[in-house]
Design a protein around this ligand. Structure first.
Ligand code: CDV
Length: 346
């Protein structure tokens, strides 16, 4: 059987401002795609809300809000997004990209899609489940707001893993028997968006579907004490270092605990002239190691060649779910949302 290798890239983007024009942003994204193509990438991940500034930090007048959302469920053909998909098709590279979605029923979602270049269509969609922040702006006028709960509904599509077609030669297809096909079919992928990466629940649900690569685009503020808390007073530099540490910690830890690769792509740098977003886009291995990472905070390709066979060791030994998970002990995970402490002592 041919090795199940996959050349993959995170397309980290520098800032996209409130004033940025869409053709200019698309042209940057296409340049990133072309750089990834020159390295032989088969799949490129773009950040969360890649086409616009991270607008949930602003209180946007309702009559302007729609300019930040994509209105069509058909991104590859919509005027504002088509050039990126056309280029992906031309180069034969799959892409996953995040955007603000206005659904048919008028609801907003923080969404990402997976576009298969060979199929020429979107084959999977994910809507962000864990929306951080608040509905109303913080009282502190200098606070960095995170108004995702104002603009988006929590995702309602679950954590649905899917197989990406036409990336791996000789992938076992339907009909060969499930046992024989374990870890030998087309790559099993999962998408999550930014804050989702901090929550083990989504990772585990993907892990339980045998996920091999998790894709996660993000916009993470470098300094947001009103959001994160002020117990430890930090300078903006210390806070940003901590934010990058937490980002890598969850990507590495959850990749290890679910025996999968992960790819994360940041929108980074000073957006709208003053809001700092961390970089740190990286690719991690099923053993939890960082294989490649961004050097700066601008437009940059982070590239690695993955051997999907590397997922098997964890899946068959330490994290062989079938042998070691104890679901009779995990009830509270789905029966309880908040914290219930043990009774107080006498
Ligand atoms: N866009 C995000 O989801 N941002 C969040 C918050 C907490 C800054 C994040 O988890 O990075």
């Amino acid at each position: 059987m041919a090795p199940r290798t996959l050349k993959i890239a995170a397309a980290q983007m520098g800032p996209v401002h409130l004033t940025s024009k869409r053709p200019e942003t698309l042209s940057r994204m296409i340049t990133l795609l072309q750089s990834a193509s020159s390295l032989g990438a088969q799949l490129v991940l773009f950040p969360e809300t890649a086409f616009t500034t991270f607008f949930p930090r602003h209180l946007i007048p309702s009559q302007e809000l729609d300019t930040y959302f994509e209105h069509s469920d058909n991104l590859p053909d919509a005027e504002n997004t088509k050039p990126l998909f056309d280029e992906a098709k031309k180069l034969g590279i799959d892409i996953s990209v995040g955007f603000a979605e206005r659904a048919e029923d008028g609801k907003g979602y923080n969404t990402s899609v997976y576009f298969s270049a060979k199929k020429g269509e979107v084959i999977a969609k994910y809507r962000k489940v864990h929306l951080p922040g608040t509905k109303e702006p913080f009282e502190n006028p200098d606070a960095v707001n995170q108004l995702e709960k104002r603009y988006f509904e929590p995702g309602n599509l679950g954590f649905q893993a899917f197989r990406a077609p036409d990336l791996v030669e000789g992938a076992v297809k339907k009909g060969n028997g499930v046992e024989a096909a374990l870890g030998k079919g087309d790559p099993v992928m999962g998408m999550m968006i930014c804050n989702d990466r901090r929550w083990v629940e989504g990772w585990r649900i993907y892990g339980m579907q045998g996920v091999e690569v998790v894709l996660c685009g993000y916009n993470t503020a470098g300094f947001a004490p009103d959001l994160w808390g002020t117990r430890k007073v930090m300078t903006p530099e210390e806070a940003e270092k901590d934010a990058v540490f937490h980002h890598k910690l969850v990507m590495q830890g959850n990749s290890y605990m679910n025996s999968c690769f992960s790819v994360s792509a940041a929108k980074a740098g000073l957006e709208d002239g003053k809001y700092d977003l961390i970089g740190g886009s990286c690719i991690t291995s099923p053993e939890g190691h960082v294989l490649a990472e961004a050097k700066g905070k601008g437009d940059e390709i982070v590239f690695a060649e993955l051997d999907l066979e590397d997922c098997r060791q964890g899946k068959e030994k330490t994290f062989d779910f079938d042998r070691h998970r104890r679901i009779d002990q995990y009830g509270p995970i789905t029966q309880q949302t908040g914290v219930v402490e043990p009774d107080l002592l006498e």
